[in-house]
Ligand binder design. Structure first.
Ligand SMILES: *Cc1c(COP(=O)(O)O)cnc(C)c1O
Length: 376
């Protein structure tokens, strides 16, 4: 448990649920990624946590930004990012959003279809564009790719078309899936992108950049490989394909920058068995799926939970949120165990909840306000 956050919680006793977030951890995570992959430019994936203090800290560190919407582009600009350091990385953009970003000086855009290229050519003429290719998401706890990316064959044709439309066919990108725990996924994806890159070059297209996306994992309930393993997978494969003539490299970490910087404090609302003594214990917290814990969908992301009774006898539990919705169950099948002594009124901590939480909260479903946020 982060001592700065623990101290804040003891001193301030804030109302729950709340996120307490250690900005110095962002600095540490950013520096370890930069050290592991010194040749890659870091574009922080803003959607993981777009809070102004996080963006400000990253601007100070010299980060670039991967924005998913015009609102995120504007949040980066407001934090002091230069337009040249912002990539509009969503492959699905309104024409108006493209035009506004272009007018603001953003010059790098993602696409994965001919239809989106047409929009880009019309509303961001001459921009640098990069094509997202489809790669395996095996090994990722939170896969992404069915919705985005195109085949190698289609990407090859689209990059030519980009040039024909007067755009700059700048690069190729992929995403191996979020919370990717297998470095081999990067090896396979980089190899795929590298082959297409070489092909395009030979065909006279002046592609220059490979964007390896995000996916770098955070430690939740289970251990994950160190960032160096992922860096080595990427660099070994890049070197195998390109020798000394390296393309520009980009990574877009989200989770790995902010995930372990935050802790959510929550209050236990009820512990009950709703029947026989032998029934499963249900623990209801004051935060759930609609309070921001969307990544518990399918019990995919399994947060570590600390309680005031840790070290005492444990027993199996199901864990749920406070709303009147049947989907508001966090964990039922993931073999969670919590202390037998846990009871209503206890405060528990969901660890490493700095990524993909605050912005997933509903507007106030059932009247429950979104969690408060403290950036320290
Ligand atoms: C969400 C996203 C990221 C960040 O992914 P993480 O797994 O959080 O690192 C990066 N790039 C794109 C295009 C994304 O959509």
């Amino acid at each position: 448990m982060n001592t700065k956050i623990a101290q804040f919680l003891v001193d301030r006793q804030p109302e729950t649920p709340c996120l307490v977030f250690d900005l110095d951890r962002v600095t540490e995570n950013f520096r370890s990624l930069r050290k592991a992959l010194p040749l890659a430019r870091i574009y922080y994936a803003v959607k993981a946590n777009p809070a102004a203090p996080v963006l400000n800290r990253l601007v100070d560190l010299g980060s670039a930004f991967d924005a998913a919407s015009i609102e995120e582009v504007e949040a980066c600009l407001a934090a002091g990012a230069r337009p040249a350091d912002i990539s509009f990385g969503n492959t699905i953009k309104k024409a108006r959003a493209i035009a506004r970003a272009h007018a603001a000086g953003v010059s790098m855009f993602a696409f994965d279809s001919a239809e989106e290229l047409t929009k880009l050519a019309a509303h961001a003429p001459g921009a640098r564009v990069y094509c997202r290719i489809l790669v395996e998401n095996t090994g990722a706890d939170w896969p992404l790719s069915r919705k985005f990316g195109t085949s190698i064959e289609h990407a090859r044709a689209l990059m030519r078309r980009a040039a024909d439309l007067g755009l700059d066919p700048f690069g190729l990108s992929f995403h191996v899936g979020s919370q990717q725990t297998d470095p081999a996924a990067y090896r396979a994806a980089v190899a795929r992108a590298a082959m297409l890159f070489t092909d395009l070059r030979q065909g006279g297209i002046k592609v220059r950049m490979i964007n390896c996306g995000g996916g770098f994992p955070t430690r939740y309930r289970d251990d994950v490989p160190d960032v160096d393993h992922f860096a080595r997978a990427i660099m070994d494969t890049i070197t195998e394909h390109f020798g000394n003539d390296l393309p520009e490299l980009v990574i877009e970490p989200g989770r790995a920058i902010v995930g372990d910087a935050g802790v959510i404090e929550s209050e236990v609302v009820l512990v009950s068995r709703r029947g026989a003594e032998t029934d499963l214990r249900w623990v209801y917290l004051d935060i759930g799926r609609f309070g921001g814990l969307a990544e518990t969908e399918g019990e995919a992301i399994r947060y570590a939970i600390a309680t005031p009774h840790d070290g005492t006898a444990m027993g199996p539990v199901a864990i749920a949120g406070p709303t009147c919705d049947g989907a508001d169950i966090l964990y039922e099948r993931a073999n969670y165990r919590l202390p037998i002594a846990l009871s209503a009124g206890d405060r528990v901590r969901l660890l490493a909840t700095g990524a993909y939480t605050t912005m997933y909260a509903s507007q106030g479903f059932n009247g429950f306000a979104p969690m408060a946020e403290y950036y320290i």
